[in-house]
Design a protein around this ligand. Structure first.
Ligand SMILES: C[S@@+](CC[C@H](N)C(=O)[O-])C[C@H]1O[C@@H](n2cnc3c(N)ncnc32)[C@H](O)[C@@H]1O
Length: 294
């Protein structure tokens, strides 16, 4: 009895502290929206100008965006994106909303992952049925006729140039089904996009709204590097690459925001997601945050 009262008091206290924290953050947001300015690189710009400026950045780099990504990350962004998919582990038939989806990197991986997952499941089934009964064979024919469950990815982005490059890539890769370029609700990803958003709290609320109960929010984003030596070397590398290749405009955007892992985790919790956790990749250069709508 005493133990359960203690648990109850602790829970009330922790909710209370969390609410105070939430209220104080909301208060600071109200203050900051009153002066209506936000960060864009090293600049402070009026809030209403940020989306337009972000749009121009990606409009100007759309055609070389994929090359630029490889150059700036030494190709490691591919591994970070693969890791996002491994943690997600989507099953065939799932639907993905890939916001700030750009040229479709996350969606392409999602479709490939669910397809290979289906092939693997078929193979495992065949292996476990090496001496099948008549019933097994009948079941097998019935499920083969139904075909594999169709996974679907929706790439959502504000920038038509990025989507155009993405569509061309899909055509080249022969992806003709399971992909559309505009809304949905089972898994919601945002990869290297949250830092471009002016009101992150609102974006998280929107993610919660569009997801169904049981749906998952996953964010891949630059984060706080824990090792100062790595942080310094990384910065020097990026400055070098950006100046050499004329990616200066993107470097400015990179410096816009590196939300510390714990702060972002709390923001996701405050938005109403549960079981929020994060995974640091490459010394915290990027992190994957995940939370569920229950
Ligand atoms: C760095 S790219 C990331 C693209 C892709 N997710 C990837 O990881 O390769 C950021 C993308 O976010 C898009 N974006 C920026 N602000 C946005 C917003 N408010 N809503 C939707 N997309 C946005 C940009 O147009 C751009 O395509």
């Amino acid at each position: 009895m005493a133990a359960s009262i203690r648990t109850l008091v602790l829970r009330v206290l922790s909710d209370f502290t969390r609410n105070i924290h939430h209220v104080s953050r909301c208060q600071s947001n109200i203050d900051s929206t009153e002066d209506r300015s936000t960060h864009f690189g090293f600049q402070t710009v009026p809030e209403e100008e940020k989306a337009g400026k972000v749009y121009k950045v990606f409009e100007s780099v759309a055609k070389k965006y994929d090359v630029m990504n490889d150059a700036m990350s030494l190709g490691i962004h591919r591994l970070w994106k693969d890791t996002l998919l491994h943690i997600m582990n989507p099953q065939p038939g799932l639907r993905l909303l890939d916001t700030a989806g750009g040229t479709g990197d996350i969606s392409f991986r999602f479709l490939e992952y669910t397809r290979s997952m289906y092939d693997r499941q078929q193979w495992m089934r065949a292996k476990s049925h090496q001496a099948p009964s008549w019933q097994d064979i009948a079941d097998r024919y019935a499920s083969d006729e139904a075909g594999p469950p169709q996974s679907h990815a929706v790439v959502c982005d504000i920038n038509k140039d990025m989507l155009k490059v993405g569509k061309q890539r899909a055509e080249k890769a022969g992806i003709t089904t399971g992909l559309s370029w505009v809304v949905v609700r089972y898994i919601y990803t945002i990869a290297f996009g949250i830092r471009n958003v002016t009101h992150i709290e609102q974006a998280l609320q929107e993610a919660l709204r569009v997801l169904k109960a049981g749906g998952r929010f996953m964010c891949l984003e630059f984060s706080k590097v824990t090792n100062p030596l790595l942080a310094r070397s990384l910065n020097q590398y990026w400055v070098g690459i950006c100046v050499k290749n004329n990616f200066e405009i993107v470097r400015k955007l990179h410096q816009t925001m590196c939300l510390p892992q714990e702060t972002f985790k709390e923001m996701i919790e405050d938005a109403g997601f549960f079981c929020v956790q994060y995974f640091n990749l490459t010394g915290g250069i990027v992190a994957i945050h995940s939370g569920f709508k229950l």
